[in-house]
Ligand binder design. Structure first.
Ligand code: FAD
Ligand code: NAG
Ligand code: NAG
Length: 351
């Protein structure tokens, strides 16, 4: 069952079909369109207001993200590649907030705290931070640190209100001539048997946790809580026990996300009230300013499934007869921050 928009059913054949309208599918589709390709998006889920979204959309991860950019310090070649994608995305977002202030992205201060910092973070100084592309980097003095924190620093970074940003991408895509169809597929190759895509040259598989036939893909459950209280920075604390305490201001009247858990292979769709209480208490202890205007005003709990893949994201092209299938999934907890780097990689794989 398929619902087409506008001119996708006429003789004008879509050349590339992107499966998925999460942040990855939307970014890839827009990038390919801008490079001159004819592009259609086919997906089960499209951007929808966060405020009315229900748990039925649990497999559409982009709806439930923070989402901010938190720099990882690269120490392996794979991490270097991801860091390059994060830098590309950062540069893209910097241009975007200038040209399209309505895009759903805000630049702000990003603060990171560590109870037990790994060596690479202990050694991070202004010179290394500049090499890595961090802007406005500053290490915090010991008397600025919350109790229990051994290392703190800050840099300039960006946060997205996820659905405002994804709807912006979708509107840009449609305005520039891209077409869309709502459909649930059983396999990416099914596209080549669907009108009007029978002669498509390529399919891009951006299906997140979608088809479930790659044994290396698993969900990393994340529970967070959206509150109306404002924070003026994105704050991330890595606790000694491996747990995380963070807040992401969403901007554009999106409230603040307080998080969060990272639970590999946990499919539980229900939020736990005990976890909510713990997340809120721990964040207030780290950053008391969140309660400056009064107690927490909880808007809702979030449970999301980060589409994680053992061995890292899959970014590769395969032949299917004379056609091509390009895979772009398994972005785990970094889909937003790597999105424009992924889109560039997909374009390169197709050209
Ligand atoms: C709590 C939480 C916090 C997060 N915070 C951050 C953050 O701060 N920064 C960051 O960068 N990332 C963050 N993430 C991760 C981020 O949300 C994901 O990496 C990203 O959303 C993945 O996007 P995607 O496009 O690959 O997948 P999805 O958003 O899941 O999109 C998949 C698309 O494929 C479609 N699809 C799937 N199967 C089919 C099918 N069979 N037929 C048709 N269509 C199909 C879906 O309908 C959908 O359109 C967070 C995630 C969670 C859960
Ligand atoms: C989400 O995906 C899982 C695994 O494929 C599936 O079992 C479940 O029914 C899906 N949930 C919803 C609400 O569609
Ligand atoms: C397409 O992506 C999904 C991840 O959602 C993966 O499980 C699947 O194996 C991919 N399809 C093919 C044909 O490789």
């Amino acid at each position: 069952m398929m619902q087409h928009t506008n001119h996708s059913q006429d003789t004008d054949m879509a050349q590339i079909v992107v499966i998925g309208a999460g942040v990855i599918g939307l970014s890839c589709a827009l990038r390919l369109l801008r490079a001159g390709h004819q592009v259609a998006i086919v997906a089960r889920d499209f951007p929808t207001p966060f405020e009315t979204a229900t748990g039925a959309a649990i497999n559409y991860t982009s709806l439930w993200a923070g989402a901010h950019n938190r720099w990882n310090l690269p120490t392996t070649p794979a991490e270097e590649r991801e860091h390059a994608m994060a830098r590309r995305t950062y540069a893209h977002m910097r241009r975007l907030v200038e040209t399209n202030p309505e895009c759903g992205v805000t630049f702000t201060t990003g603060i990171e705290y560590f109870e037990d910092p790994p060596e690479a973070y202990r050694a991070l100084d202004a010179r290394r931070a500049a090499e890595l592309g961090f802007e406005a980097f500053r290490r915090h003095a010991p008397d600025e640190l919350p109790e229990g924190v051994a290392l703190g620093f800050e840099y300039r970074t960006w946060c997205a209100n996820p659905m405002v940003y994804c709807m912006f991408l979708l509107r840009q895509f449609c305005l520039a001539g891209g077409t869309t169809a709502v459909a649930e597929l059983r396999h990416p190759h099914e596209v080549f048997a669907m009108d009007p895509y029978r002669s498509a040259a390529a399919v891009v598989n951006c299906s997140g946790v979608g088809f479930g036939d790659d044994p290396a893909v698993f969900p990393t459950r994340g529970q967070t809580c959206v509150v109306a209280n404002a924070v003026s920075a994105t704050v991330t604390r890595q606790n000694a026990d491996g747990s995380w305490t963070f807040a992401v201001p969403r901007g554009f009247d999106g409230g603040t996300v307080i998080g969060g858990t990272k639970e590999p292979d946990d499919w539980d769709p229900e939020p736990s009230p005990e976890v909510r209480a713990r997340l809120l208490d721990r964040f207030a202890a780290t950053h008391p300013a969140v309660l400056a205007d009064g107690p927490y005003r909880v808007l809702r709990d979030i449970v999301g499934r980060r589409p994680t893949r053992r061995g890292g994201p899959r970014l590769e092209a395969e032949a299917f007869g004379h056609r091509r299938v390009v895979h772009a999934y398994g972005l785990g907890g970094r889909g937003y921050e790597l999105s424009w780097g992924v889109a560039e990689a997909v374009l390169a794989l197709l050209e």
